[in-house]
Design a protein. Structure first.
Lengths: 228, 316
């Protein structure tokens, strides 16, 4: 139990002293996961709208598959991305393996199902009458989509926050495709795994607390933006 | 105002990402040097867990003016990274698989640069009574005692195809066992599939026997205060020789052979051999690794394996 207390004390010390290595690791975690969330959101929110507003055969099956992929283990995505980008793999020529870039790509792939699935759910939650009214008042398909997205913004934002949370908290993919290289691809979760394996439990716990603090700040910022 | 709320959210994300990007690469706060070239190696876990690479990395980075990326990997996965061309050089310790790797055309210019010894650690009470045995006898006793009383006698194995795991299998075969039979013989035999340090910590938690290299054992003993103690540590089979191998540019044209050669020659240079011979002596009262030149027992590599500098690569 003393480890928990010591961990908390260490975390506070590391934050107050702005320990350069810890700050760098935290900044890198934030940068990688936010970029991944941003890219995936840019792709997934329009795509989810498309899936929601169009009717086509196999739509239910598609949504089912997307929801099933919520449970895909991070190491499986990691393995897939590793095989794809490893020098011997089909995209090996890009020389991206063990770089932050490939971690962004991996995390974006990882959170795509969540963003798609939860955005579709968010849009489904909008009152059908709103769609009919908009249509009756002469809104085009695109205008209707924007009205509904606006109506569903809280739920869409929740999807983005959820996706970011999954991205920044995962460790399997980050270690597999990033390689946990100090000063380059080491992020909070892989640093926690390493420090734990080194028996530095207090530092590991402190890093965990810092990760939660980052998540808190990001959620707060996103909520502020959408309340405007 | 509310109309473009999603756009505002996304814009916010962009801003935060950019800010985070600035935090993420604080080049002004980290004036290491310009990362002109990234040079990547995969290293066996013991050299990393003991902190030796933390010590050597900045020296070589300055010398070769490269940014060195070190991936922590047991010998098995390090060889796999080498086969796939994901690294430029590997640091491993399993002679048999090194030979195979080189024969298959993936590696060139192997040089040995350090050695140490393995030991069998376990609870001080030594419930299996292996004190004073050879390695093979000890394993035999562990097997019998483990089958009889799996609650008090356990053996924790790396189980990860690392160099240490390979050595363990070698000892089992020297003792006349079929390894597959051993690993399936009962719950006394615990495969954890982790690096040397974590495996030691688990063995310590379980009060189990474990095969470890002495360097990692000493480092973790100092840091975490292990309850398990070295019990069997004298047997020629415990010799543990580390090798550096460059990735063959004929197998992987992108491999940075010149830097790999520079690293290998640097590792066998007097300067680094001195560092290796003293690393850790202040903290531990003895150095964690031994310079290869002092290796003079059966099983040591031939002298040219560590005195002959590797030639410059000229292609074919």
């Amino acid at each position: 139990m003393t480890e928990l207390w010591e961990g908390l004390v260490t975390a506070v010390k590391l934050i107050i002293s702005l320990d350069p290595e810890v700050m760098q690791i935290a900044g890198r975690s934030l940068a990688i996961s936010l970029t991944a969330s941003l890219l995936a959101s840019l792709a997934c929110i329009p795509l989810a709208s498309l899936i929601h507003f169009r009717s086509f055969p196999g739509k239910r099956v598609l949504v089912n598959i997307i929801q099933t992929l919520f449970s895909v283990p991070t190491v499986v995505v990691g393995l897939f991305v590793f095989v794809l980008f490893s020098s011997a793999g089909p995209l090996g020529g890009l020389s991206l393996i063990f770089t932050p870039t490939v971690m962004v790509i991996g995390q974006a792939i990882l959170i795509t199902p969540i963003l798609l699935g939860l955005t579709i759910s968010a849009l489904s939650g909008v009152d059908r009458a709103l769609v009919d009214t908009a249509r009756a008042l002469g809104a085009s398909g695109g205008q209707t989509a924007i009205i509904i997205l606006r109506e569903a913004r809280y739920a869409v934002l929740a999807a983005v926050i959820m996706a970011f949370g999954r991205a920044i908290s995962e460790v399997g993919l980050a270690i597999m495709v990033g390689g946990n290289i100090r000063g380059f691809t080491r992020v909070i979760t892989t640093a926690i795994a390493l420090e734990t394996s080194k028996g530095e439990l207090e530092l590991a716990l402190a890093l965990g607390i810092i990760l939660l603090a980052i998540a808190l700040i990001v959620n707060f910022a996103l909520n502020r933006i959408q309340q405007r | 105002m509310k109309r473009n709320i999603i756009v505002v959210i996304l814009a916010g994300l962009v801003v935060i990402s950019l800010l985070a990007g600035m935090v993420g690469c604080p080049s002004t706060e980290y004036p290491l040097h310009d990362p002109l070239v990234r040079f990547r190696i995969a290293t066996t876990t013991s050299l990393y867990d003991t902190g030796l690479w933390y010590h050597l990395e900045p020296i070589f980075e300055e010398l070769a003016n490269v940014e060195m990326d070190i991936v922590y990997a047991g010998t098995g996965i390090a060889l796999e990274y080498g086969r796939r061309g994901d690294v430029d050089a590997i640091i491993v310790h399993d002679r048999a698989r090194e030979d195979e790797f080189i024969a298959d055309g993936y590696g060139i210019n192997r040089r040995n640069f350090a050695y140490n010894f393995f030991l069998i650690a376990g609870p001080a009470s030594d419930p299996a009574g292996i004190m004073g045995s050879t390695a093979a006898e000890a394993f035999e006793k562990l097997y019998d005692a483990g089958l009889n009383d799996p609650d008090t006698v356990k053996f924790v194995s790396r189980g990860d195809d690392s160099g240490t795991h390979a050595k363990e299998k070698l000892i089992w075969s020297q003792a006349g066992f079929d390894y597959e039979e051993v690993r399936n013989s009962g719950q006394w035999y615990v495969e954890v599939g982790r690096g040397m340090g974590p495996t030691l910590l688990m063995a310590n938690e379980m009060q189990a026997y474990v095969l470890a290299d002495i360097s990692t054992f000493l480092a973790y003993n100092l840091k975490s205060g292990l309850d398990i103690v070295p019990i069997v540590d004298e047997d020629p089979i415990f010799l543990n020789v580390y090798a550096a191998i460059a990735i063959n540019p004929e197998a992987h044209p992108g491999a940075k052979i010149d830097i790999a050669n520079q690293l290998i020659n640097w590792l066998i240079s007097a300067e680094v051999q001195d560092i290796i011979g003293t690393y850790g002596s202040v903290e531990y009262g003895r150095s964690l690794f031994l310079p290869i030149a002092g290796c003079d027992m059966p099983g040591c590599p031939p002298v040219e394996d560590y005195t002959l500098p590797v030639p410059e690569y000229t292609g074919n």
